[in-house]
Write a protein that binds this ligand. Structure first.
Ligand code: AVI
Length: 345
C-alpha cells in the first residue's frame, strides 16, 4: 500500500489543489473488560433458561456468515431496506443537514453508509463498531473513496452506554446524522432499545437527525424462513457462537450437538433464535459444569419486529418530534427519519 503523504496533489479543471489527506483516526472506547465479559457469559449459561448475548455471534467467522445471511433469498430485510433507500434517497437527503458528520452505528464494511455519502456531501464520517480490524479496513477504503471527508473510527460495544460526544463535539460546524440501518435496534430488549434511542437523541443537539431501519411484524412463516434458511447459513451462524465462546471462555461445547431453531413469538413480536441440545450432555464451563437435557435450549438472539405506530411511539418516548417514515409496498420494513422534539414543529 502507498504510504500516506503529508499532502496530496489533485487536479480540478487542470488547477492543482493541495489537499491534506485525513489519516483515519481510531478511538477505542468502553470496550468491555474481558473478566467482566466472561463472568456475564458464564452467568447467562448457568441460568435455568440458558442464554448467550447476541453480541457474541460476531467473531470474524460470525461476521462473514452474517454477510452471507444478508444475501440469502429468505432474508428479506437487507434487500428491502436497500430498495427503500434507493427509492427515497433524494427525498431523504434533502431533509438532512448539509455538511453533516455521518455517524455510522455498527458500520461493518460501511457499504450502506458510503452509498449515502455521495448524496449528502458529508464532511466527516464517524464509523462505530465493535470489530476493530473491520473498522480500520472500512475507514481506509472510505478515506480513499471520499478523499475530501475526514474519517474517524470508534471501537465500542452498544450494550455499554453510548458516549461519542467528545468525538462528535471535536468539530463545531458539522451536524451529526446518526445512521442505524439493518434493524439492529431489534436485537435489543425494548427497554434497552429505548435507552439507546435516548442516548442517540442526546448526541444530536437540535439540528441532528436519526436515520434508522426497522423490520416490521409479518406472517410467522415468512419470518421464520428468514431466520432458518434452506441452505443452513443461519444455522451455521448460530452454532458458530459455541465455537466462539469455546475459544474465549475455554468451554467444551460441541456445536454439532445442538440444533438451530428460530421461532416467532407473536405476543412479544420477536424472533427467538435457540440452540437446542440434541441429546443429554454435560458441558464444562470453567470451574462449573452444566447439564443440558435433550430438548433443553440456549437463547442466542431476540430480533424484535416493530409495527410502525409502535416504533414511532418509542421514538417519541426517546425525545424525537417530527418523524418521517419510508416503507416498501408490502410494508415489510420501515425507515424512519427522526428529528429531535422541538426542532421542526
Ligand atoms: C443484525 N441483526 C439485525 C440481524 C437480525 O435480523 O436480527 C441478525 C440476524 N440473526 C439471524 N439472522 C440475522
Amino acid at each position: 500500500m502507498k504510504p500516506a503523504s503529508p499532502l496530496d496533489v489533485r487536479l480540478f479543471d487542470d488547477v492543482p489543489i493541495l489537499c491534506a489527506p485525513f489519516p483515519p483516526q481510531i478511538h477505542v472506547e468502553a470496550l468491555e473488560d474481558p473478566a467482566e465479559r466472561n463472568a456475564s457469559l458464564l452467568a447467562g449459561l448457568l441460568q435455568p433458561r440458558a442464554c448467550i448475548s447476541p453480541k457474541h455471534l460476531y467473531d470474524a467467522q460470525g461476521c462473514t456468515l452474517y454477510g452471507a445471511i444478508c444475501q440469502l433469498d429468505e432474508y428479506y430485510p437487507t434487500r428491502t431496506e436497500a430498495a427503500i433507500f434507493a427509492r427515497h434517497r433524494h427525498e431523504i437527503a434533502d431533509l438532512l443537514p448539509r455538511h453533516c458528520q455521518w455517524v455510522d452505528l455498527g458500520c461493518g464494511d460501511g457499504a450502506k453508509a458510503f452509498d449515502w455519502l455521495e448524496h449528502v456531501a458529508a464532511a466527516r464520517y464517524v464509523g462505530v463498531d465493535i470489530a476493530e480490524d473491520w473498522l480500520r479496513d472500512t475507514l481506509e477504503r472510505g478515506a480513499k473513496r471520499f478523499p475530501d471527508a475526514e474519517f474517524v473510527g470508534i471501537v465500542t460495544d452498544f450494550t455499554r452506554p453510548l458516549s461519542l460526544a467528545h468525538v462528535l463535539d471535536a468539530v463545531d460546524d458539522y451536524t451529526p446524522v446518526m445512521f442505524y440501518p439493518g434493524s439492529s435496534i431489534g436485537n435489543f430488549e425494548p427497554d434497552e432499545a429505548l435507552a439507546l434511542l435516548r442516548a442517540m437523541r442526546r448526541h444530536l443537539g437540535r439540528d441532528g437527525r436519526l436515520l434508522i431501519g426497522v423490520d416490521a411484524p409479518k406472517e410467522p412463516a415468512r419470518l421464520e424462513a428468514a431466520y432458518d434458511d434452506a441452505l443452513g447459513v443461519t444455522a451455521a451462524f448460530n452454532r458458530n457462537v459455541l465455537r466462539h465462546i469455546n475459544r474465549t471462555l475455554g468451554t467444551d461445547f460441541e456445536p454439532a450437538a445442538f440444533a438451530h431453531r428460530a421461532v416467532f413469538d407473536r405476543e412479544r413480536s420477536r424472533i427467538e433464535m435457540h440452540l437446542v441440545a440434541l441429546y443429554p450432555q454435560t458441558v464444562t464451563l470453567g470451574h462449573a459444569q452444566r447439564r443440558f437435557e435433550a430438548g433443553e435450549f440456549i437463547v442466542t438472539e431476540h430480533s424484535y419486529k416493530y409495527a410502525p405506530e409502535r416504533f414511532v411511539e418509542l421514538l417519541s418516548q426517546a425525545g424525537f418530534g417530527r418523524i418521517d417514515r419510508f416503507s416498501d409496498e408490502r410494508g415489510w420494513f420501515n425507515v424512519f427519519l427522526a428529528a429531535p422534539a422541538g426542532a421542526l414543529e
